[in-house]
Design a protein around this ligand. Structure first.
Ligand code: DX5
Ligand code: ZN
Length: 217
């Protein structure tokens, strides 16, 4: 039920193969891939061709977080590249319901992400179609930022809605998750934890990944 999804955003991009192997050996459940277009967020990372090549390294599920404008234009490319979960931002897709269906029609999992300022109510009418909701606990665009404390209430509210409606939806948190706050965030009701700098800036990436795993169980 509890999963760690290390984000390679803070990894050494000149050596992604060995960086990914280290988190896999440390017990990573998913690999979190942050795609940024320089428009939706003020940063540019990588796209589907890079992910397609990374697919050769591991069979671990690829958790693809699209921080791009009008993500519906690229869903097919990311599915073809090997995504197992595609998460789009509520703020980036006008026809969000259609975009979610587009993802699900490929037989993979669909997630929707909410920026810190976006209320949960904005996804009320698509919630039952989702496999995951990603609550951003920082403003998206960069690794290494501090968790925004107001997101506690948001995660707790979402957990209670999911329980009230008896839905099977994961709550992922992304941004500022560290060894010293992950237990608290778990107590809010999140069950999938994205960790970027907390893992990749550590001296020993494999053993740091193991520490996150151990603390959850
Ligand atoms: C931020 C990305 C995150 C980022 C998290 O926009 O979506 O996945 O890698 O990094 P940390 O864990 O360093 O806050
Ligand atoms: Zn992310």
């Amino acid at each position: 039920m509890y999963k760690i999804s290390p984000s390679i955003l803070s990894a050494d991009f000149s050596d992604l193969k060995s960086e990914i192997n280290k988190i896999v050996e440390g017990g990573a459940d998913y690999i979190h891939l942050d795609v940024m277009d320089g428009l939706f967020v003020p940063n540019i990372t990588f796209g589907a061709p890079v992910i397609k090549n990374l697919r050769k390294i591991t069979n671990k599920p690829f958790d693809v977080h699209l921080m791009i404008e009008r993500p519906e234009r690229y869903i097919d490319d990311f599915v073809d590249a090997g995504a197992d979960i595609i998460t789009v931002h509520q703020e980036s897709s006008v026809h969000l319901h259609r975009t979610i269906q587009q993802i699900k029609n490929h037989g993979i999992k669909a997630g929707v992400s909410l920026n810190p300022a976006t209320p949960i109510e904005t996804i009320e009418y698509v919630l039952e179609n989702l496999d995951m909701v990603l609550i951003m606990t920082v403003n998206p665009g960069f690794g290494g930022q501090s968790l925004i404390k107001e997101m506690k209430e948001k995660v707790m509210k979402l957990r209670s809605i999911i329980e009230e409606k008896n839905l099977d939806i994961d709550i992922q948190v992304d941004g500022g998750v560290k060894l010293d706050n992950i237990e608290e965030i778990k107590s809010w009701g999140a069950n999938i934890f994205v960790v970027g700098s907390g893992i990749f800036k550590a001296k020993d990436i494999k053993s740091e990944t193991q520490k996150y795993k151990e603390i959850l169980f």
